[in-house]
Design a protein around this ligand. Structure first.
Ligand SMILES: *Cc1c(COP(=O)(O)O)cnc(C)c1O
Length: 373
């Protein structure tokens, strides 16, 4: 059996005629930039997640940069960010001349360790730096500890961004959806994310009307109300109309896909929790399961074994940010964030596919189990 790593091929087959139709109507009206599908997508995204304002942008990295710019993050400001994340989360801080402060993650949730965040804020203040902002990540699709993170940010007068590139579609135990947990939430529509287009795309969500209008302006070169009026320094970060048209087709079945992802995750956990460390999901929470990530000390050997059996896997992420060549100058070196470092040697992500079959799930479970027998 050959197991697919994502369900993109199945999804394309299922949605093909709707996607073809949506793309054709963009070709018919010819509004390739900021066409009606972009506004329609923003409306539907707000409806889906409950955020007051949704802003479609060019990719998830720009979404973070636009949020940082709108929040007034400037050169020299300190921005707290988990070390165990994708490179884009740290990159945008440095693009703006601000300085990342790498924070530890929790070994079970893979998300920001709130105690370590509080210590890092204290250290930063004691050193006389301007503690300005937190970017917390909902890694692998599981919402971070937002109630506590928000209260830490309020108590310390920090701006706060949720990097929800991997968790759009997830919800908390009260049924509230990602997009509403932090003052500003960003996401990515990169093809392999839970909600992906057929190219690059991203989104920003907020309930703050003033912030939303600043971010809309930054998205189009810092534009003002009049044509060719520039009121601030901005970017060129619009979402293509064709990508919006594709996302409209995919959004229609997204809730159902999230349910299917959760069913597969439950099946994996049931079949594997006695042989590897399986990911946690607090009661009542729905993860978007961008990745189903297990931990084992024999990670590299398990990966080779699964490859032989026809089960594709991936390692997210093999090097934590504070040890990356590009960012090491801003970290404290090896041994400084022990959990992030250990996770980078132990994590391995299994196939995650809303269009999975019982046979495929069992095949993957058996392949993992056979390694430990
Ligand atoms: C994918 C991702 C991004 C960047 O999104 P792009 O659309 O690829 O620019 C940022 N943060 C995290 C955590 C991601 O997984």
């Amino acid at each position: 059996m050959k197991i697919p790593f994502t369900g993109l091929q199945h999804q394309a087959e299922r949605l093909r005629s709707q996607i073809d139709q949506n793309i054709a109507s963009v070709l018919d009206h010819g509004k390739f930039i900021m066409g009606p599908e972009v506004a329609e997508l923003e409306r539907r995204l707000s409806e889906f997640c409950g955020a007051g304002h949704s802003i479609a942008v060019a990719n998830g990295t720009d979404a973070l940069q636009i949020a940082l710019m709108a929040l007034g993050v400037k050169a020299g400001d300190r921005v707290f960010v988990p070390s165990f994340t994708y490179t884009a989360t740290a990159e945008v801080i440095l693009i703006l001349g601000a300085v990342p402060v790498f924070v530890e993650v929790d070994a079970e949730t893979f998300n920001v360790d709130c105690d370590d965040l509080e210590r890092a804020i204290e250290r930063t203040r004691a050193a006389g730096h301007n503690a300005k902002c937190l970017i917390a990540v909902d890694l692998f699709g599981l919402p971070a500890e937002w109630a506590r993170l928000n209260s830490i940010c309020e108590a310390n007068d920090l701006a706060c961004i949720a990097d929800s590139a991997q968790s759009f579609g997830a919800s908390n135990a009260d049924g509230q959806k990602v997009g509403t947990f932090a003052p500003v939430t960003t996401t990515s529509f990169f093809p392999a994310k839970p909600l992906g287009c057929y190219g690059d795309g991203g989104g920003v969500f907020t309930d703050d009307e003033e912030l939303a209008s600043v971010m809309r302006s930054i998205r189009v070169h810092g534009s003002g109300k009049a044509k060719y009026e520039t009121v601030r320094v901005g970017m060129n970060s619009r979402l293509d109309t064709i990508q919006a048209a594709i996302l409209l087709a995919k959004l229609a079945c997204f809730a159902e896909e999230i349910e299917q992802r959760n069913r597969l995750a439950d099946a994996y956990t049931k079949g594997l929790s006695d042989v590897v460390t399986t990911p946690v999901k607090p009661a009542g929470v729905t993860s978007a399961w961008a990745q189903y990530t297990i931990r084992t000390e024999a990670r590299d050997e398990l990966q080779a074994h699964l490859k032989d059996k026809g089960v594709p896997t991936a390692v997210y992420y093999p090097v934590p940010m504070h040890l990356q060549q590009a960012y090491a100058a801003y970290g404290e070196g090896e041994g400084s964030l022990a959990v992030s470092e250990k996770l980078s040697t132990e994590v391995i992500s299994l196939p995650m596919n809303p269009y999975w079959t019982e046979d495929e799930a069992q095949f993957t479970i058996d392949a993992v189990r056979s390694f430990f027998q």
